[in-house]
Ligand binder design. Structure first.
Ligand code: FAD
Ligand code: NAP
Ligand code: SF4
Length: 677
């Protein structure tokens, strides 16, 4: 691929026996489609779209070499000739678009959520309920054979190579580290013994598949767990893997059980690229940087700076299959950027649901949610330019309808304009940039500063009126709620009203947690926080002198004294995302936020907030009480009944249902409705 834009990122990579069209890898993402044979046509359509979008190399979600390696019962497995027929649908679809694809071989070891799990030693992981059986010598030998058979079958299925998953705390990583490998035999003890299994697998796979087949190995370069490898050990393993026959060395950061976030929004972009850079200096094969790289600018800079030969982005290709083509054509401002929220991808995977994308609801639904050009152009009004309205307006216009979007405020975005004020949620601005550009491209007529009434809408002869008017924050009935010290989250986040040093937050949903993070932030520190600040806060040593790159985190000095309250007796934050909620809770705990459940609110007065817990009265002496008590829908424009002849009214997003609303639902509802008109 030649392009005047991003010359390093878009340069081809010659591997000797084959050439990759550019340096972009779509990293492995488990969608759930790979686990069932009847979903392979959908999986093929999903990968085909990404290959058409120009990515240099695709890696499938993890496929197990045997049943003991299953992540979930009956997970995707490649262990017999029958399996290759499904996979051929995928490889043929990718090759038709000029792409290349590797099948990832993933043995989950003790991370498997099934009773047959095995590992180096019999040590249960903190994130699984099953205790693994330590593999016997013969079990290790048969596991190696299973990897070899799996790789051979992948070759027969038409893959251009395989990726061997050796990071994130899966089986091979479990053998590599003393944290999980306490064996006394030739597979445990010294690093030479601990790396014997991955190195032997690579050596025997290479012997079986021949020289002209890509073997990429995902190597854990920063384990971020106690008992993880030192940098010297990381390099020893990498060099042995190179000798054993690896073509490309991909990198992984952090085990799944690590208590350091590695991919959520608050992790600075490209945080770990320099660690890949140190690895690159120690080996002679191409090295791949990964983690929190989501725009072509960073990807280009990483390669230009010499930190890596390729860049792996997984979630960014869920968000935008045409990422590479847009970059190559100088249209990076049209990229639908992954905001690292995990809400529709990893959180779905952990809930055993099909992965998709918050900002792109078509991801993994390519054959089900289609934006087809209409042959009956209709006049459509969309009221409200929050995520739901923006999604509906742009999809309807893309399908060929004549769309007018009314927004009462002076800018598009709705609540996203508030969300992006939260430290660590700066990425939300990218979604607004994307939609702003999409409105221009699709030709939506945007009417800002127009709070339309139903009569005004009815006068304009629309065929459809889509109400995406969102929500109104709820004011709970508490004595004294009108006191001057009471503020809403909108007062704080949007109108920037002054807030004292002692604060009680009523409501511990997503917004309560976000407001707490916002108020903990010292405004004299600019956002986003620097990489050095973030490493110190989370106790990361990128030099990985010892212990998998962990050091003692700096002790936080809380900027405010904060109480976060809810009436329920359950753990605070229990409903936050599975893969991001713990990060929010850890941040608040480190900053000594007092989290109180089972609260009854008594009254608010000059002294503060009076509450009781289990019948025991308590006064929280605070300067401000901030309401984050949920929301009610704004539906004043909805008629009681649909007229026989007039326009059809529809409600989406918060306007349809305020409870459990999030941007994932809002954007999806907008797209699904618009595609159906
Ligand atoms: P809104 O975003 O509320 O948009 C409605 C729009 O309609 C507004 O722009 C409003 O001005 C306009 N409008 C209303 N009435 C009229 C009228 N009569 N005429 C014209 N225009 C009108 N969600 C997530 O998924 N993940 C998160 O991490 C997340 N973080 C958040 C953090 C904060 C601090 C906040 C406040 C919200 C967060 N959300 C998050 C929630 C998310 O922003 C909402 O779920 C989403 O914005 C709802 O979209 P919507 O389009 O339905 O409504
Ligand atoms: P929410 O999650 O429904 O939480 C509302 C909170 O207010 C709850 O803690 C609730 O707890 C409390 N509450 C409700 N009614 C109350 C009343 N009458 N009096 C006192 N307290 C009351 O809503 P939200 O925090 O406003 O968030 C809105 C949506 O945005 C959510 O659906 C969320 O998914 C989304 N969001 C997501 C994220 C994210 O990071 N993924 C971040 C922000 C927002 P009790 O009833 O127990 O008191
Ligand atoms: Fe990225 Fe969020 Fe989409 Fe996942 S759901 S791909 S994190 S934008």
């Amino acid at each position: 691929m030649t392009s005047p834009h991003y010359p390093h990122l878009l340069a081809p990579l010659n591997l000797g026996f084959t050439q990759l069209r550019n340096r972009c890898i779509m990293g492995s993402m488990h969608t759930g489609l790979e686990d069932r044979f009847y979903n392979y046509p959908k999986l093929a359509a999903y990968f085909k779209e990404r290959a058409r979008g120009g990515v240099g190399l695709i890696v499938t979600g993890g496929i197990s070499p045997n049943r003991r390696g299953w992540l979930l019962p009956f997970g995707g497995t490649m262990n017999s000739l029958v399996d290759i027929w499904n996979h051929r649908k995928v490889t043929e679809a990718v090759h038709e678009e000029g792409g290349k694809i590797l099948m990832q071989i993933l043995h989950s070891g003790r991370y498997g959520y099934q009773p047959f799990v095995v590992s180096a030693s019999s040590k249960k992981s903190p994130i699984s309920m099953f205790t693994p059986k330590a593999l016997s010598e013969s079990g290790i030998e048969s596991t190696i054979k299973d990897y070899v058979r799996c790789a051979r079958l992948a070759q027969k299925a038409g893959y251009d190579g395989i990726e061997i998953m050796g990071s994130e705390g899966y089986l091979l990583n479990q053998f590599l580290c003393v944290r999980t490998n306490q064996r006394q035999d030739r597979w445990g003890g010294s690093i030479e013994n601990r790396m014997r299994l991955p190195v032997e697998i690579v050596r025997r796979v290479r012997a079986a598949v021949g020289a002209n087949f890509i073997i990429m190995y995902r190597h854990s370069i920063l384990d971020l767990v106690e008992g993880g490898n030192s940098w010297d050990e990381v390099i020893t393993v990498a060099q042995a893997l190179e000798v054993a026959g690896v073509t490309i060395l991909n990198t992984g950061i952090g085990w799944h059980e690590a208590r350091v976030p590695t991919i959520v929004t608050s992790v600075p972009r490209a945080a770990f690229a320099s660690v890949a850079g140190r690895l690159k200096k120690a080996v002679n094969i191409p090295v791949v940087a990964s983690n929190r790289i989501n725009m072509p600018d960073q990807a280009e800079a990483i390669i230009a700076h010499g930190d890596a030969d390729m860049v792996s982005m997984a979630r960014p290709f869920l968000a935008d299959p045409a990422f590479v083509l847009k970059a190559a054509n100088g249209r990076a401002d049209e990229i639908n950027t992954c905001i690292a929220c995990n809400q529709a991808c990893l959180d779905h995977t952990f809930a055993n649901k099909r992965a998709s994308c918050l900002v792109n609801p078509r991801a993994a639904f390519e054959t089900e949610l289609k934006y087809v050009k209409t042959n009956k152009r209709q006049r459509i009004a969309v009221v409200g330019a929050g995520p739901a309205g923006l999604s509906a307006a742009t999809v309807a216009a893309e399908c060929g309808h004549d769309v007018t979007l009314f927004e009462s405020s002076e800018k598009i975005g709705g609540q996203f304009n508030i969300a992006m004020q939260i430290p660590g949620k700066e990425e939300f601005a990218e979604t607004m940039r994307y939609f702003k550009r999409r409105l221009e491209i699709t030709g939506v007529k945007v009417k800002l500063g127009q709070r339309v009434s139903r009569d005004e809408l009815l006068k304009q002869n629309f065929d459809h009126i889509i109400l995406a008017t969102g929500i109104a924050p709820r004011t709970p009935r508490i004595e004294g709620v009108e006191h001057a010290k009471v503020l809403s989250y909108i007062d704080v986040l949007l109108h920037k009203k002054a807030v004292g040093k002692r604060v009680a937050i009523i409501g511990a949903g997503g917004i309560g947690f976000d407001v707490a993070e916002y108020l903990l932030h010292d405004p004299s520190t600019s956002l986003p926080v620097s990489l050095a600040h973030w490493f110190a806060e989370w106790g990361v040593d990128p030099q990985a002198v010892q212990n998998g790159g962990l050091i003692a985190p700096v002790v936080a000095t809380p900027f405010r004294q904060i109480y976060l309250l809810q009436r329920k007796t359950s753990k605070l934050g229990a409903d936050l995302g599975k893969t991001s909620g713990w990060v929010h809770r850890a941040t608040l705990q480190r900053n000594k936020v007092e989290m109180l459940a089972g609260v009854e609110y008594q009254r608010i007065d000059d002294k503060g907030l009076h509450i009781s817990i289990n019948g025991e009265a308590r006064l929280l002496e605070v300067d401000n009480v901030i309401l984050c008590a949920g929301q009610d829908p704004l539906t004043e424009l909805m008629p009681d009944q649909q007229g026989e002849n007039g326009p059809r009214f529809h409600k989406i997003g918060g306007a349809a249902l305020a409870s459990e609303l999030d941007a994932k639902r809002a954007i999806r509802e907008g797209a699904v409705l618009a595609a159906s008109l």
